[in-house]
Design a protein around this ligand. Structure first.
Ligand code: UDP
Length: 482
């Protein structure tokens, strides 16, 4: 096929939480910006129903291609942290990425990688393509990631990590030690050094796309542009292009949605910990009791408990059997069957949050989930578990005011049933507090819509990126013809 428009290759690292936003970016580039897009999917396992549905997203100008799966079993211990598994899988996939690009009839104009794909930017250099990094999270997270390696080591290691002082980032809200990125926690961990090198490489891209918008994070975005603040660290153009939240597509005959159709308006709390979140068994029990005692309707996406790994299902959730739910309190299912629905492993989240019967979302605060809640106008209970989720929870609760959260972090202490019951009531029962959260989130929903619509700040930002790619496309065309 003759490609007559700019062509971007997007690289998605393993995990549904990574693939979903990259696909959304691909769709946005095709529908709003007239790009041709190829998404390369790097996956650990593609046998699951959910992932194969996503791989079916190809359309006229969007090709979704699976790269050959690589066997990392001889390199990485099966019990290793999922981040290490992703990093190694991406590294081992580099030659397949290079061959796939070289095998294309017309060289793509740009390579857009996610946070775990920065090593592939060398391929873009070699093949004279533009290279961009897509941060599927917010600008505050981006600021912390690129500022980490730039800050004096004494400040990061001694003051922030050892003395637990907040990390001051020029022009941004400081990060409290309790909220800091997991990767910063241990200077002796290879992850710490790996993460700092990624933070160093990101600014070498031709641009950084970030899944946020001006009205949501104006202060941080200003700091990223200002050379007297973070501009000299970012060094490249930052394009706020969000929110890229998942488009709500029709789902054929889904039991959960049919159940929601029968519930009163805003009467159901949706409980889910994203694609990776898992809780220890005692916490699962307390959550079950808290939901039951709150006497509110609920939908709860459950996973078998894990004792010491809150991100335990990140690479496996789309795959494998659902199993039986035998880890909840005795009789819980019977006692709650009129008011609650327990869904094993995976539910159509974007559709659920958009449903008028949903009144609140108890979430691990993954950025995709957060954006889906915002664009659906749904207030939250912030229950952060890993990665940058503690920063997100603080932003949502303390800066924005669209969520409540437990007194102590759920990763530090089991949150007990009474506190859960209280949080569910605060976010579900219509009083001044819920009213304020609801208003706040509605305001954000409107500003999100405006930013992504034609002429809005994120729309314009993506158009600017397109212009840069078009210029490069024309240069390549002239070169090829001459
Ligand atoms: N998701 C879903 N059904 C589930 C759990 C998650 O559709 O049962 C989707 C959710 O809508 C979101 C993504 O998976 O788009 C999770 O991304 P997020 O950034 O919230 O968290 P992560 O999984 O990366 O920790």
């Amino acid at each position: 096929m003759q490609i007559t428009k700019p062509h971007a290759v997007l690289l998605a690292s393993p995990g549904m939480g990574h693939l979903i936003p990259v696909l959304e970016l691909g769709k946005r580039l095709v529908t709003h910006q007239d790009f041709h897009v190829t998404v390369f999917v790097v996956a650990v396992d593609v046998s699951g129903e959910n992932i194969s549905k996503l791989l079916d997203s190809s359309s006229e100008h969007l090709d979704v291609l699976m790269l050959p799966t690589v066997d990392i079993s001889g390199i990485v211990d099966p019990d290793e942290n999922f981040v290490i598994k992703i990093v190694v899988t991406m590294h081992e996939s580099l030659s397949a990425i290079r061959s796939a690009i070289c095998g294309m009839k017309i060289r793509p104009t740009a390579l857009i990688v996610d946070l775990f794909g920065t090593e592939a930017m060398a391929i873009a250099d070699e093949l004279e393509m533009l290279k961009y990094v897509f941060i599927a999270s917010n600008a505050w997270f981006l600021a912390a990631t690129i500022y980490g390696p730039a800050v004096d080591k004494k400040v990061l290691d001694d003051e922030h990590i050892n003395q637990k002082k907040p990390l001051k980032i020029p022009g941004c809200t400081p990060i409290r030690f309790e909220d800091t990125l997991e990767a910063f926690l241990d200077p002796n961990d290879p992850l710490y050094h790996g993460y700092l090198s990624v933070g160093r490489v990101i600014p070498t891209a031709d641009g950084i796309l970030v899944n946020t918008w001006e009205d949501l994070e104006s202060k941080t975005l200003r700091a990223l542009k200002d050379d007297k603040l973070l501009g000299c660290v970012a060094r490249t153009t930052v394009y706020p292009i969000g929110p890229l939240a998942r488009a709500v597509e029709a789902v054929a005959e889904n039991q959960v949605l049919e159940w929601l159709d029968m519930q009163p308006t805003e009467s159901v709390i949706y409980v889910s910990f994203g694609s990776g979140g898992t809780l220890p068994s005692k916490q699962m029990m307390e959550l079950a009791w808290g939901l039951e005692q709150s006497q509110q309707r609920f939908i709860w996406v459950v996973r078998p408990p894990l004792e010491n790994d809150v991100s335990g299902s990140f690479l496996t959730v789309g795959n494998g059997p659902v199993g039986t739910v035998d880890y909840l309190p005795n009789g819980f299912m019977n006692r709650t069957h009129n008011v609650g629905l327990v869904v094993p492993m995976w539910a159509p989240q974007a559709q659920i949050l958009e449903h008028p019967s949903v009144g609140a979302f108890l979430s691990h605060c993954g950025w995709n989930s957060t954006l889906e809640s915002i664009v659906s106008g749904v207030p939250m209970i912030a229950w952060p578990l890993y990665a940058e989720q503690k920063m997100n929870a603080t932003m949502l609760t303390e800066e924005i005011g669209m969520s409540v959260r437990s007194r102590e972090l759920p990763t530090e202490r089991i949150v007990e049933r009474e506190e859960i019951e209280m949080m569910v009531r605060r976010v579900m029962v219509m009083d001044k507090e819920r009213h304020a959260m609801k208003n706040k989130v509605k305001e954000l929903k409107n500003s999100a819509l405006k930013a992504s619509s034609k002429g809005g700040s994120s729309y314009n930002s993506l158009s600017q990126l397109t212009k840069d790619c078009e210029n490069r496309f024309q240069c390549l065309k002239v070169k090829a013809e001459g």
